[in-house]
Design a protein around this ligand. Structure first.
Ligand code: BES
Ligand code: MN
Ligand code: ZN
Length: 455
């Protein structure tokens, strides 16, 4: 990765000024008449996502003016890194760390299979500490995006485990991986059932980091490296994007990187059930009954509701040590997308206080989350005639809620937050390129920092 944020440079630095939309005329009056008419002829109206060059005395670009709507978000500077010519810039205005972060997040390019035609423009920031703090967020979100954007053939359970091991090693964390039939010996039969038909064996990734005296936080992420739907196969149009079905795993690896890099005083555990939901003669079937780690038996109503089946074993494992908090991320249901769309994370929690605090943190950090209810009466939809529960309800109404209620059966009464996310931008926005995306990661990090940071 190129260093987008720098704190010193021998290169020439072009200043950037922010012009509030309402302040356009005042700002124009402050310019000399030639410059003002140049700005007007470029149709610059100081609206968000607009920018204009101002020539200096010798006719060279001397200043960039950027329109600003007054909001504190990723968008303000998010369109610049790949629109301005390569070079070094600095912001001559009061801007937040969040706005500065937009610069690098908007400069992201996925270069695993082809080199991008240009590098992002660089940003000179006030201090080395600022550059490091920004780079730490940038690098975590870049990790999330790269993991999701990498196609399934190069991001199978084994690859995902290797990524986790590498992350653990670079922060001196422990990482163990339970692979294939070993899952059966450990009573992780639900993970095994979903992943056993794939050539790359299913596995459970388990990272541990931090001081044992600190409060324990467990992050759990759905790592379905490809979701064909299984025997209840998906139609082609729905299957096309299913390389991103390990998006939950990507979120927790990125968030874990951030927590470890910033040395948050928590005892961190990361659990990722990593599988491919594939089709073969030994695939799990509709009607099968699967035993789980927690003890409940699950009747498979639909093999395409595989996420909750692998998550239930990981959540039960998470609950075993009675942590202070469990947070899970999963690309769990199409229903959550119908409810809040692709750009908002659906949040469920058994704690009003935690949910409200994360919601507020998300608002502050331009990372929108919206809470949906764990409506207990809908549990009737999960009743099975032959097992303790079914994995999927027979009608699609409230599908994100029934999926969350299913997961809740495995976390006991421990404080728990569940995110049902898209993990993918279906359109490009400033600071948010099309493709894999971190969702609810800044919101949760901000919350954890406020709750545990002062210990
Ligand atoms: N990975 C999908 C959910 C998904 C689809 C997330 C599209 C984001 C975008 C999940 O495994 C799935 O297939 N869910 C089914 C559940 C149903 C069979 C009960 C769904 O939502 O349709
Ligand atoms: Mn599925
Ligand atoms: Zn899935």
């Amino acid at each position: 990765m190129t260093d987008v944020y720098i704190s010193s440079t021998p290169d020439p630095v072009t200043p950037i000024t922010l012009v509030r939309t309402g302040d356009l005329s005042t700002w124009l009056e402050s310019l000399d008449p030639a410059a003002a008419s140049w700005v007007r002829s470029n149709r610059f109206e100081a609206e968000k996502n607009q920018f204009v060059w101002l020539p200096d005395g010798s006719g060279n670009p001397g200043l960039v003016a950027v329109g600003w709507d007054g909001e504190d978000n990723l968008e303000t500077l998010g369109g610049l890194a790949l629109s301005l010519p390569q070079g070094v810039y600095r912001i001559d205005a009061e801007v937040s760390q969040l706005q500065l972060l937009g610069w690098a997040l908007g400069g992201y390019q996925f270069e695993r299979y082809k080199t991008a035609p240009r590098d992002p423009a660089k940003l000179l920031v006030a201090s080395e500490e600022d550059a490091a703090a920004l780079a730490s967020f940038e690098s975590a979100i870049t990790l999330v995006r790269d993991l999701i954007n990498t196609p399934a053939a190069d991001m199978l359970p084994g690859h995902l485990a290797a990524e986790a091991e590498q992350l653990a090693e670079s922060f001196g964390a422990e990482c163990t991986v339970v692979v294939g039939d070993e899952l059966l010996d450990r009573n992780l039969c639900a993970i095994h059932a979903v992943g056993r038909a794939a050539t790359d064996a299913p596995r459970l990734i388990d990272i541990r980091w931090g001081d044992p005296d600190h409060p324990q936080v467990v992050l759990v992420g759905k790592g379905v490296c490809f979701d064909s739907g299984g025997l209840d196969i998906k139609p082609a149009s729905n299957m096309r994007t299913m390389k991103k079905d390990m998006g939950g795993a990507a979120q927790v690896l990125g968030l874990a990187q951030l927590i470890m890099a910033e040395q948050l005083p928590v005892r961190l555990r990361v659990l990722i059930p990593a599988v491919e939901n594939a089709i073969a003669g030994n695939a799990y079937r509709p009607g099968d009954v699967v035993p789980t780690y927690q003890g409940l038996t699950v009747e498979i109503g639909n093999t395409d509701a595989e996420g909750r089946v692998v998550m239930c074993d990981a959540l039960a494992l998470a609950a075993e040590e009675k942590p202070d908090l469990i947070v899970d991320y999963a690309t769990l249901t199409g229903s959550a997308r119908s409810a809040v769309g692709a750009e908002i994370a659906a949040m469920f929690s058994n704690s009003n206080d935690v949910a409200e605090a994360i919601f507020r943190s998300g608002e502050q950090l331009d990372d929108p989350v919206w809470r949906l209810p764990l409506h207990q009466p809908y549990n009737y939809k999960l009743e099975s005639k032959v097992a303790d529960t079914v994995n999927s309800a027979s009608t699609p109404f409230g599908g994100a809620i029934t999926a969350a209620l299913f997961l809740q059966k495995f976390v006991a009464d421990l404080p728990w937050v569940h995110f049902d996310i898209m993990a993918f931008n279906t359109r490009a926005r400033p600071g948010r390129p099309e493709g894999g995306e971190a969702m609810a990661v800044r919101a949760v990090y901000g919350y954890l920092q406020a709750r545990y940071g002062q210990l």
